[in-house]
Design a protein around this ligand. Sequence first.
Ligand code: 1YM
Length: 644
Amino acid sequence: MQNTPNGQNYDENQIQVLEGLEAVRKRPGMYIGSTGPKGLHHLVYEIVDNAIDEALAGYCSEIKVDILPGNVIRVTDNGRGIPVGIQPKLGIPAVTVVFTVLHAGGKFGGGGYKVSGGLHGVGASVVNALSTWLEVEVRHEGKRYYQRFERGHAVEDLKVIGETDEVGTVVAFQADPEIFKESTEYDFDVLLTRLREQAFLNAGIRIVLTDRRQAEPVQVELEYEGGIRSFVEHIHTRRGLDPIHSDIIYFSGQQGTNFAEVAMQYNDSYNELVLSFANNIHTNDGGTHEVGFKNALTRVMNDFARKFGILKDADKNLTGEDVREGLTAIISVKMEDAQFEGQTKAKLGNTDIRTLVDNLVYTKLMTYLEENPSVARSILDKSLGAARAREAARKARELTRRKSALETASLPGKLADCSERDAQHTEIYIVEGDSAGGSAKTGRDRRYQAILPLWGKMLNVEKARLDKVYGNEKLMPVVTALGCGIGDEFDLSKLRYGKVIIMADADVDGSHIRTLLLTFFFRYMRPLVEEGHIYIAQPPLFKVSRGKQVRYAFSDEERDRYSKELNPDGNGKVDIQRYKGLGEMDPEQLWETTMDPQTRTMLKVEMEDATRADEIFTILMGDKVAPRREFIETNAKYVNNLDI
Ligand code: 1YM
């Protein structure tokens, strides 16, 4: 044991420190959420957050994040440097405490915006505990201080290693593969997205991300004077959405130590995107700040429309959904002692924030609309259009209901249902094409497999409102067969089949159908996707046979491997049949290769990030060609059997 400058408590404190960090290594999930890719990237955010705090305190202007060979992360800031003086209670340097004492990651003694609850603010010591090694260098008053840790423990004391005229903190670490068993490889785009978000939320901070894992480094500089205004602009550009008014509307306000800002702009799509943040943390489940914003927005729009005769006395009020159609908005609040609630701690609970945001948005937006009547007119025209579509959808829905009440069986005529009724054991194949539908009906196990062949023209729901969905002859049978309704009426408990399997050809047309159906499920039956009910069938691409021996291949590599296996000496003849479509398979083949739970492979559709999924659907199914081309060019590498 080391001697301590001031005392007898050292051993005892040291034991506590060790126990603290051991707890982190024993239950990493409790501190960083998971030990998968999300948790791995979280390590970087924890260190960067400390540098951002220093920038917010006004001492640091630039943060560099480098991904080094071997997936080492190095974060450099030009702030004051983590204090190196002896911390009186523990008798060791403050910087050592920051990296070895659990929960000392936040500032001791007040100041700054403290974050409570959730995964955040657990800080540098958690990163240290979960790294094979971590090195810190503090540049302060002409000296360079250095200390190294391994798996959370200091392997040497803090020491001076030289002189410098720079100031700031450098932290480098390597995530421990014993903890992050799945992978310790960082995804550049994941880091870029999160760091860019931080640059938007903290206007003026400069963040430079550099990937040095390959010979030629890739560098992106992030600095946005416009803050969250630039965020809205970025979202519209990236998704290829056209704004319907040129200004990005922006307000900010303060009450006591609470600060709130909002940036918003409408585009000509039918989707809303409201992103909210509290102390730079994305509140995925919303909370008081978002409620305050939405309530005020609905009231302003109705009050304004009535005041200027756009809504008459007899007209019904616009709903929240009406006034948010085509809206992109960012709400960012900063406060002391944010309360995060809910299962994922992604919902803000502080009630005073609701009042602040509500008042701010009501007064400032009202003034803005009065001063910019043409913008007000464009927005209200859009909201009125949404209200009319909603009304038309309601009528269409009632019509469908009445029709189905009159019919004896309300299930679609082409549905071949299964006999089992318990959704836990049943599955429905949604099959493109009548001939494939026929094979599937014959080949299936009718006890628990239902088949719905699709016909008619498929609607791109990205470019249509709810009322058009009700009239669509291809989508309505899907809705009735699944039994759980759509949109705000969706009820997952009524789902008639536990697995919803999309089965389409492995060609371009099949891909298109799959994407259209996925867009529909994402926009109108989102819980189906979130709860993991959607699957994609994987029909084979080739039949490889020699005499009576048959293999099915799902890729070019498999095809080549099987032909070698069936013909090892190379002098026989192997027959290779390429399946152009599902329709070419007979019922037995379809069962054996694609539908038999014992032998089939299926892709399960999962959604990691709803905002990113929303972005991808907008890009893929929206009007603009340029963002789509860019998306395809950057993602083509993930596609194996590109059949074009
Ligand atoms: C690359 C990561 O951690 N920078 C950083 C951290 C701190 C300070 C400056 C700092 C804070 C304060 C005073 C204060 C931290 N200090 C502490 C603690 N970059 C990075 N830059 N002086 C310097 O908040 O009063 C924790 S973080 F607790 F030691 F003060």
